[in-house]
Design a binder for this molecule. Structure first.
Ligand code: FES
Length: 208
């Protein structure tokens, strides 16, 4: 929640409680994806970049596809107009989310060959690039955790220099993550995204 919302909650608790109850009750007949897509559009309508990034991240996390986000933007043309759709598209381009790249919009998920298992040292975190996506892989014994480098807050691509020991800190708003588990340990409340993975013929494969 923003500092402004926190302030209003303290200054006008009854009014704000009623506001949150209103929000909670007003979407009770919508499925999650529809609700999330409408939320994304509301942020484009008022052009709040942080809100747009955050609601977009939530929509993707809850299963909306990039094509659905783009459809929602286009369908809202009568209220948004072209200028706001371009505004949102510029932010999407700046975020550079792999799934939104034109060549990936209709791509099927598949197993990506990342690295030889032998090359991953024990109890260390390695950083890899594979087809435009960055990954952190942590190994302990035979266990591997394969993390998306994208922050679960607003999809910032967390650089490898943000790793200090076992703690990965997103440079944007400083959410911190324990790289052994992926759990968020400071500022935020959601873990790093992990990819399904397997080892075949000594190679580590990850699925997205
Ligand atoms: S984008 Fe906000 S903490 Fe990472």
């Amino acid at each position: 929640m923003s500092d402004a919302m926190n302030y209003l909650l303290q200054a006008r608790p009854e009014a704000m409680k009623a506001y949150f109850t209103f929000l909670k009750k007003s979407d009770s007949h919508l499925d999650i994806r529809t609700r999330d897509l409408i939320s994304v559009i509301t942020k484009v309508a008022v052009q709040t970049e942080g809100g747009f990034r955050q609601y977009l991240t939530r929509a993707l996390r809850n299963g909306a596809t990039p094509n659905e986000v783009i459809d929602a933007l286009m369908m809202a043309f009568p209220v948004l107009g072209l200028a706001k759709i371009i505004w949102a598209t510029d932010i999407l381009l700046a975020m550079d989310i792999p799934e939104f790249r034109p060549e990936n919009l209709d791509a099927e998920a598949f197993w990506h060959d990342i690295v030889s298992l032998d090359e991953i040292p024990q109890e260390e975190t390695q950083y890899y690039q594979n087809e435009g996506r960055h990954l952190f892989i942590y190994r302990k014994g035979d266990e591997l955790n394969v993390y998306d480098s994208r922050c679960p807050h607003q999809v910032t691509d967390i650089p490898h220099l943000s790793l200090e020991g076992k703690i990965l800190t997103c440079p944007k708003h400083e959410w911190a993550f324990n790289i052994e588990t992926g759990e968020c340990t400071a500022k935020g409340n959601r873990p790093l995204r992990q990819f399904d993975h397997k080892v075949e013929n000594g190679r580590v494969l990850a699925y997205w």
